[in-house]
Write a protein that binds this ligand. Structure first.
Ligand code: ADP
Ligand code: ADP
Ligand code: MG
Length: 613
C-alpha cells in the first residue's frame, strides 16, 4: 500500500480524497494556487505545496509543477480528482515516467475514451449499443448536413473532444443546421482546441443513466449499479440519485453488463463511469438505452453510489492503484436503499445563475442530518477562479421518497451568506411533481425552470422575528399584548425597502442588523433610516418619512439655506425620535411638515435643492 499521496486538485474533491487517505493512514500532500492559500484542502492535508498563480492554467493544470511538488515532498502517488488533469493521458504517462503511482486508469484507456467518436466506434465493436448517428472522419459541412438528414431531426451536434456539457448543439430543423454546425465548431475549437464533431440522433424524453464501473490490475471488472443524473441544466447535472427510478432488474442487468463489457474493452483499471442516454418515453427499456461516453475518473456524483453500496470508492482507488485486487466480488455487491445528491453552487439563479463570489461570512450545512462533502468553511473566500460548486449535499433513505425529503430538509437547514447559492432552486426542483414522481427527463429545467429560479422571499413571520431583535425593549409599552394596534415599520431587506409588522417585545440590546435565515436562503434586514437610504431618497434631495409617525419639531423654513448634516426636523415614531438631516448643502425648496402633524410612511416632508452656482 502506498504511504503518501499528493492530491492534484482543490475544493470538495480534494477534501474528500484527503478524508479517506487519512483514514487509511496515508500521508497527504495538497497543492494550491495563490487564491487557495487559505483553502480547506490546504488546511486538511498533512503538507501543502504552493504551485503558482490563481488561474488554473498556471497552477492546477501545470503537470510539471505537480510532479515536482510530489518529488519535493516524497509523495509516492498522485490522485487527480475530477476535472483539471484527471483525463489527461499525457499527464498520467508523465506521472508514471517520473516513477510515481497514478491513481487512475492506464493512459491508453484514457486515450481510447478521450474522443467521443473514437469511443463510440470502439464500443460498437465491443457489442455495446451506441447512440445512433455519424461518427466518421468526414467533416465537410454539406456532407454532415446529409448525415443529419439521414439520421432524422432533431439531431445533436457534439464536439468529439467536448466535456462539461459544452460543445453541443441541438438542431430541430435542417434550415438551421449550417449555422449551428459553425457555432458548435467555433466553440469546440476555442474550448477544446479541436473542432471535430459527430452527429447524433437527439433522443426524445431523454434520461441520463450511468453505471459506475471498477477495474483492477488482475483483470477483474465489476459494476456498482447505476445512477440517474437526468435533472440537468444546460446538459450539466444538478441533482443525481442512485438507483434510477423505474429501473427493473432485467434492464439493470443488461445495462450493467454492457457497462462491464465497455470497461473490459479498454482494459480498464480504477474507477470509471459509463454514461448512457435512454429514451424513456415508455419507461426504461434495455433496447432504448445507448452508450454516450465514458468518464475515465472518479465522478462528482460518486457519493450516491457509495451511500447505496457501502463502498468507499476512493479507498478502492487507492487499493487498486497499490496493486491490490478489488476488495469485493460482483455477487457481494448489492443496493441498499436510495441516495440523492444536490450540487450546491455559489451562484444566483434569479440573476441567470451568475456565479457569486466573496467571503462566506455565514456557512452552515446540516452535517448531522446526512452527508456533506464540502471544500469551504465559514470565513473562507469563494474566488472567481474556479468552479462555483462549494458543496455536495447527500441524503440516504430506505426508499426514494425518504431520501428526497431528507435532502430537501437538509437544504432547508443550510444557511449561507452573503454569497448567493442555488439552494432554494434545488429545493424547488426536488419538489417538482415530475421529480417527485421519478419521471424527470433532461429537459425539465429548460421547460419549467422559471418557477424554480424565482427569487426566494422570507415569510412575514421571519421578518417580524428579525425586526423585533432590532427594536429596543423600551418600546414594549407600544405593543400592548392582545392590542389590535399591530404596528409596522419600514426596514431594508437586502437593500430593498419593506414594511415589517412589529408585535411582541423588542430586544434588550437592539441589533444594528439581522440575518434572516429561512428555507435555505438568507437575507439581511436593517432598520430603514432617512439618512441610511441617502443613496436612494436623499440624492435627489427628497426627505421622506422613514415610518409612520408624528412630527415633533421643525427646525427650518421654506427658502432657508442649509448645510450638509444640518437637522431639518424631528420625527417621533415607535416612541423613538429620529432626526432627519440635509443630505447636501442647498436650499429648502419644499416643506410639508408642521410640528404636531401625523405623517404617513414615505411622505415627502422636505425637499432640498442644490443652489445654482
Ligand atoms: P461530466 O459533466 O463530464 O459528466 P461531472 O458531472 O463529474 O462530469 O463534472 C465534472 C465537472 O466538475 C467538470 O467539468 C468541472 O466543471 C467541474 N470541476 C472540476 N474540478 C472541480 C473542482 N475541484 N471542484 C468543483 N468542480 C470541479
Ligand atoms: P459531456 O462530455 O459534456 O458530459 P455527454 O455526451 O455526456 O457530454 O452529454 C452531456 C448531456 O447531453 C447528457 O447528459 C444528456 O443530457 C445530453 N445528451 C447527450 N447526448 C444526447 C442525445 N443523443 N440525445 C439527447 N440528449 C443528449
Ligand atoms: Mg457526460
Amino acid at each position: 500500500m502506498i504511504n503518501s499521496l499528493l492530491i492534484a486538485n482543490r475544493g470538495e474533491i480534494a477534501c474528500r480524497i484527503i478524508r479517506t487517505a487519512r483514514e487509511m493512514g496515508i500521508r497527504t500532500v495538497a497543492v494550491y494556487s495563490d487564491a487557495d492559500a487559505m483553502a480547506l484542502h490546504v488546511r486538511e492535508a498533512d503538507e501543502a505545496v504552493h504551485i503558482g498563480p490563481s488561474p488554473a492554467r498556471e497552477s492546477y493544470l501545470v503537470g510539471e509543477k505537480i510532479i515536482a511538488a510530489a518529488k519535493a515532498t516524497g509523495a509516492e502517488a498522485i490522485h487527480p480528482g475530477y476535472g483539471f488533469l484527471s483525463e489527461n493521458a499525457e499527464f498520467a504517462q508523465a506521472v508514471a515516467d517520473a516513477g510515481l503511482v497514478w491513481v487512475g486508469p492506464k493512459p491508453s484507456s484514457i486515450t481510447a475514451m478521450g474522443l467521443k467518436d473514437a469511443a463510440k466506434k470502439l464500443m460498437a465493436a465491443a457489442g455495446v449499443p451506441v447512440t445512433p448517428g455519424y461518427m466518421g472522419e468526414n467533416q465537410d459541412a454539406a456532407f454532415l448536413a446529409e448525415q443529419a438528414a439521414e439520421i432524422g431531426y432533431p439531431v445533436l451536434i457534439k464536439a468529439v473532444a467536448g466535456g462539461g456539457g459544452k460543445g453541443m448543439r441541438k438542431v430541430d430543423d435542417a434550415a438551421d443546421f449550417a449555422d449551428m454546425l459553425a457555432s458548435c465548431q467555433r466553440e469546440a475549437a476555442a474550448s477544446f482546441g479541436n473542432d471535430h464533431v459527430l452527429i447524433e440522433k437527439y433522443i426524445l424524453t431523454p434520461r441520463h443513466i450511468e453505471v459506475q464501473v471498477f477495474g483492477d490490475t488482475h483483470g477483474n471488472v465489476v459494476h456498482l449499479f447505476e445512477r440517474d443524473c437526468s435533472l440537468q441544466r444546460r446538459h450539466q447535472k444538478v441533482i443525481e440519485e442512485a438507483p434510477a427510478p423505474g429501473m427493473d432488474e432485467a434492464t439493470r442487468a443488461d445495462l450493467c453488463a454492457a457497462a462491464v463489457r465497455a470497461a473490459k474493452a479498454v482494459d480498464y483499471v480504477g474507477a470509471g463511469t459509463i454514461e448512457f442516454i435512454a429514451d424513456a418515453s415508455e419507461g426504461l427499456r434495455a433496447d432504448r438505452i445507448w452508450f454516450m461516453e465514458m468518464n475515465t475518473r472518479l465522478q462528482v456524483e460518486h457519493p450516491v453510489t457509495e451511500e447505496i453500496t457501502g463502498v468507499d470508492l476512493v479507498e478502492w482507488q487507492l487499493r487498486v492503484a497499490s496493486g491490490e485486487p478489488i476488495p469485493l466480488r460482483q455477487e457481494e455487491l448489492a443496493i441498499n436503499g436510495w441516495a440523492m445528491e444536490a450540487r450546491l453552487y455559489a451562484e444566483d439563479p434569479a440573476k441567470g445563475f451568475l456565479p457569486s463570489i466573496g467571503t462566506l461570512e455565514l456557512f452552515q450545512l446540516p452535517e448531522h442530518m446526512g452527508r456533506v462533502d464540502t471544500g469551504v468553511y465559514e470565513g473562507a473566500e469563494v474566488s472567481p477562479f474556479y468552479d462555483p460548486m462549494i458543496a455536495k449535499v447527500i441524503a440516504w433513505g430506505e426508499d426514494r421518497e425518504e431520501a428526497r425529503e431528507l435532502l430537501s430538509e437538509m437544504l432547508e437547514e443550510s444557511a449561507i451568506w452573503p454569497v448567493k447559492t442555488n439552494s432554494a432552486f434545488l429545493i424547488n426542483a426536488l419538489d417538482h411533481p415530475d421529480f417527485v414522481a421519478g419521471t424527470v427527463d433532461t429537459g425539465l429545467i429548460g421547460r419549467d425552470g422559471d418557477a424554480m429560479t424565482e427569487e426566494p422571499v422570507p415569510t412575514a413571520q421571519a421578518l417580524t422575528n428579525a425586526a423585533m431583535a432590532m427594536v429596543p425593549r423600551s418600546l414594549q409599552s407600544g405593543f400592548r399584548l392582545n392590542a389590535p394596534d399591530v404596528r409596522s415599520a419600514p426596514f431594508l431587506l437586502d437593500g430593498k425597502r419593506v414594511e415589517v409588522e412589529l408585535h411582541g417585545p423588542g430586544a434588550d440590546e437592539p441589533a444594528p442588523a439581522m440575518l434572516v435565515a429561512e428555507s435555505g436562503s438568507v437575507w439581511q434586514l436593517t432598520p430603514w433610516r432617512a439618512e441610511g437610504s441617502a443613496g436612494g431618497a436623499a440624492s435627489d434631495g427628497a426627505i421622506l418619512s422613514p415610518m409612520p409617525g408624528k412630527v415633533i419639531a421643525v427646525d427650518v423654513a421654506a427658502g432657508d439655506k442649509v448645510t450638509k448634516g444640518q437637522k431639518l426636523l424631528t420625527l417621533e415614531a415607535m416612541k423613538m425620535e429620529h432626526s432627519l438631516t440635509a443630505p447636501f448643502d442647498g436650499v429648502v425648496a419644499e416643506l410639508n411638515a408642521t410640528a404636531g402633524a401625523q405623517v404617513q410612511v414615505e411622505a415627502l416632508l422636505v425637499k432640498i435643492e442644490k443652489e445654482e452656482a
